[in-house]
Design a protein around this ligand. Structure first.
Ligand code: PLP
Length: 469
């Protein structure tokens, strides 16, 4: 399996070559030269596999340059009951008639990003041990991604994490999650400012090529290919859990921001998984819903991004979208380059009058947007009918999923976080707080370890230089 860039300017590379990188050198995203396929007989043979076994069977197709025994060991060490609190890793629970919840939020930070990032932690450590290298991960977070990255990288040899967050602006739960980590390789930097200041600082440090190379600065953002590949696994796991016939179609409803999660669903479909519809749900920040309805991909400015009660989907653009568009334009990198040139210059592109939009319409995607009121109503309805409390992001997916439900097709709704992370919204919807999973009750009382700093590039660089591996 070799990987190329969506913009055509990268020599074909292996999985290990692209593992630690972010953008391709030409500014594009890395994608497989061709998707691996899973024949019906092979799919049928996967019934009964444990999560780590299934993950190995699928990841082996993408990471064929990692020795099989090593890859198997990585899966066994990642997808454990200790890390995910359940043998199934991604359990399926009946929600409504013909509708299931695919539980993706049982990892250490109680959100679906753990499924990919926990693997990334093990993969990075493995790759760095092979080369005796080290890596200093620099990131900015307003909550979820940062804590998921820290829990993935804590205690990993060769890796240090420098995570910038806005001082006193995250929820108490999120703050406690990150700042209570006592691992010596995790550095929490609380910046006197807002999230955008943190992001600007990361950009400023990363733009200093000499500093970046000297301190082996890396990232773990959502465009990392290994993250997408790891997410393909649970689409297969969900399908296997609710079907009996090997050609039975199911639909998936996915709350979407950066198009990372649902991109993996699209790839699973391309590999041969019988998926009928990929139902994409946005919140009020409806960049992707607009595209699937009209063919216009229009990014928003920072000021245009609404702060919603499903905050992990408050995006101005969808960073993984270029992978999908690459396929829709017949994998012609010249077309991709032209489209993103137009995004950079004019803030949008429009496929509606091109034959490519017909390809989009045939891709299996449908979409919708959900509002605060929709989320509240959906959380209430699901609770009344099933006794299950879902979080606000999951509720966006369920809302739009139900709009597109077909009677004879099982619908799997992806649960992207546990409700305890968004207690205020649950109180508003139900008048009662969500349950706190065992082990998380005293999180906010734990001692916290963090450094408060001004939004000063030189000071941040000096701090990294003092503590880098
Ligand atoms: C990140 C996140 C999403 C959006 O996932 P994308 O891969 O960015 O589309 C949805 N829900 C939760 C809880 C998240 O943390």
């Amino acid at each position: 399996m070799r990987y190329v860039s969506t913009r055509g300017g990268m020599a074909p590379a292996t999985f290990s070559d692209i593992l630690l990188g972010g953008l391709a050198p030409d500014g594009g995203l890395t994608v497989p030269e061709a998707y691996p396929t899973v024949a019906p007989a092979e799919l049928a043979s996967w019934r009964g596999l444990s999560y780590p076994e299934l993950a190995f069977a699928i990841l082996q197709k993408f990471a064929d340059d990692i020795p099989a025994a090593d890859l198997r060991a990585l899966m066994d060490h990642t997808y454990t009951v200790a890390a995910f609190r359940t043998e199934a890793i991604t359990p399926v629970t009946p929600l409504l008639d013909g509708v299931w919840l695919l539980g993706l939020s049982n990892g250490p930070t109680l959100a679906f990003k753990d499924i990919a990032l926990q693997l990334l932690g093990h993969l990075f450590e493995y790759a760095l041990l092979q080369t005796s290298g080290h890596l200093n991960i620099l990131g900015a977070t307003s909550g979820d991604t940062g804590s998921s990255a820290e829990y993935a990288m804590r205690g990993k040899r060769g890796i240090r994490v420098f995570m910038l967050s806005p001082y006193q602006k995250m929820s108490r739960f999120q703050t406690a999650q990150m700042f209570s980590l006592q691992d010596p390789n995790i550095f929490n930097i609380a910046v006197r400012g807002v999230f955008d200041d943190c992001q600007d600082l990361v950009k400023a440090v990363s733009n200093d090529a000499e500093f970046k190379a000297r301190y082996a600065i890396g990232t773990v953002n959502s465009i990392n290919w290994a993250r997408v590949a790891a997410q393909v696994v649970y689409y297969f796991k969900g399908w296997l859990a609710v079907t009996e016939r090997d050609d039975q179609e199911v639909s998936f409803a996915v709350p979407s921001g950066n198009f990372g999660n649902i991109c993996a669903g699209y790839i699973a479909k391309r590999m041969g998984l019988p998926i009928r519809r990929l139902i994409l749900a946005t919140n009020e920040n409806n960049v992707l819903d607009e595209f699937f309805r009209t063919g216009v991909y229009r990014v928003r400015s920072t000021e245009q991004v609404a702060h919603t009660s499903s905050p992990s989907m408050d995006i101005s653009k969808a960073s993984n979208f270029e992978r999908f568009i690459f396929d829709m334009v017949d994998r012609d990198p010249a077309v991709v380059r032209a489209l993103w040139r137009q995004v950079d210059a004019q803030g949008y592109f429009d496929l509606s009058a091109t034959p490519y939009f017909q390809t989009v319409r045939e891709s299996g995607f449908v979409s919708g947007a959900s509002t605060h009121q929709n989320r509240m109503n959906t959380i209430r309805r699901v609770y009344e009918e099933s006794g299950i409390i879902i979080d606000t992001h999951t509720a966006d997916g369920v809302k739009v999923g139900l709009d597109y439900r077909e009677a004879s097709v099982p619908l799997l709704c992806l649960e992207t976080a546990l409700p305890v992370k968004f207690e205020d919204s649950i109180l508003e919807a139900l008048g009662r707080p969500p349950e706190c999973p065992a082990g998380y009750e005293h999180l906010e009382a734990l001692p916290q370890r963090f450094e408060v700093m001004n939004p000063d590039v030189a000071a941040i660089k000096a701090y990294i230089a003092r503590h880098a591996g």
